[in-house]
Write a protein that binds this ligand. Structure first.
Ligand SMILES: *Cc1c(COP(=O)(O)O)cnc(C)c1O
Length: 366
């Protein structure tokens, strides 16, 4: 049996007629940049998250960069984020001219360890970017308390957590703004690059929209220099179709996760969903000893896996100049050696889940 990590062809088969019709409509109407398909998706996604504004942008990395720029964060500023995330989070901070300051992750939830944030705050700290990693919300209450106390802005990196919730509220809606990626493999993915920033703040929303679109207020009235980073209409139309299925898809992911939890507990380290959180399971990340060997054997059985991520960001060559050491991130460093993402997606059926479990058990008991 072949079990991919994600299965975008199966997903397409399940919604083919709707997707094909949406794509045809955009081409028929020839509205490719801005226009009604983008407006509609932005409105629907804002409603889904229960926020006032959604601004479609070119990708998730730009979403974070644009949020920082619109908030006036840049040169001389420090921004705190998690050591274990995709590089896009810290890249956007550097790109904005600020300095990323990394904090270790929590040993059970794998999201930023909020107990370690205070030690990272300096007079230059302007913002915290918690990452809702693997679909699990970061522990937002203590972060919001710290932010208030130290007058910091909270920008959520929700690129892996569409539809995840924290005490009943969808992530992305908890900070000053939330940043999403619609990279194809994400929980809500386009057929190419795409992203969005969401916010409740009317003034910030307008700045974000202008910055992402050449600083323009009107066609040739540019208030300031921005960039060109827009969600195009084809992607918006595709996302609008997929959004209708998102809740169902998340529930299906959660059902797969429950089966894995039951079958694998005691055999491997299973992910822990935080109390009060709705984990959306972008990834199902287990912990095993001898990971490379397990990964290789699973592949021989047709099961694809991934490692998200093999090296904590501050220890990558890209951040050598910041002078961090592995002992600064004991939890993220240990995790990086043991984590393994096993297949999870909305098209996975019982026999496929059982097959992964059976093979994994066999490998680990031998
Ligand atoms: C995917 C991802 C991003 C960036 O999204 P792109 O659309 O690929 O630019 C940012 N942060 C995290 C945590 C991600 O997983």
């Amino acid at each position: 049996m072949k079990i991919p990590l994600v299965d975008l062809t199966a997903q397409y088969r399940s919604i083919k007629s709707e997707i094909d019709a949406a794509i045809s409509a955009v081409i028929r109407d020839a509205v490719f940049i801005g226009g009604r398909y983008v407006d509609e998706f932005e409105g629907h996604f804002a409603d889904y998250l229960n926020v006032r504004h959604c601004i479609g942008v070119g990708n998730g990395t730009d979403a974070i960069f644009i949020a920082l720029k619109a908030l006036g964060i840049g040169s001389g500023d420090e921004v705190i984020t998690a050591a274990n995330t995709f590089i896009a989070t810290s890249e956007a901070i550097s790109l904005a001219g600020a300095k990323p300051v990394f904090v270790d992750c929590h040993p059970e939830t794998y999201t930023i360890d909020t107990r370690r944030i205070p030690a990272a705050i300096t007079p230059r700290t302007k913002a915290i970017i918690p990452v809702h990693l693997y679909g699990q919300p970061a522990d937002m209450d203590p972060i919001l308390v710290l932010a208030k106390k130290h007058d910091l802005t909270v920008i959520e990196d929700a690129a892996q957590a569409h539809g995840a919730a924290y005490h009943g509220r969808k992530v992305g809606a908890l900070g000053v703004c939330g940043c999403f990626s619609f990279y194809p493999g994400k929980i809500l993915g386009a057929y190419g690059d795409g992203g969005a920033v969401v916010t409740q703040d009317d003034v910030l929303a307008e700045k974000i929209r202008m910055f992402a679109n050449h600083g323009r207020k009107d066609k040739y009235l540019h208030e300031f220099e921005g960039i060109n980073s827009r969600l195009d209409a084809l992607q918006a139309a595709i996302l609008d179709v997929k959004l209708k299925h998102l809740e169902n898809w998340i529930e299906r992911r959660r059902a797969v996760a429950r089966k894995y939890d039951e079958a694998l507990r005691g055999i491997v380290g299973t992910p822990k969903a935080m109390a009060g959180a709705r984990h959306a399971y972008h990834l199902y990340v287990i912990r095993v000893k001898g990971r490379e060997k397990v990964q290789k054997k699973l592949l021989e059985d047709g099961i694809s896996t991934g490692v998200h991520y093999p090296v904590p960001l501050p220890l990558l060559p890209a951040y050598r100049h910041l002078g961090y050491q592995a002992k600064d991130f004991p939890v993220a460093s240990r995790l990086a050696d043991e984590i393994l993402s096993i297949p999870i997606h909305e098209s996975m059926e019982r026999p496929q889940v059982d097959y992964v479990v059976e093979k994994l058990k066999k490998i680990l008991t031998h």
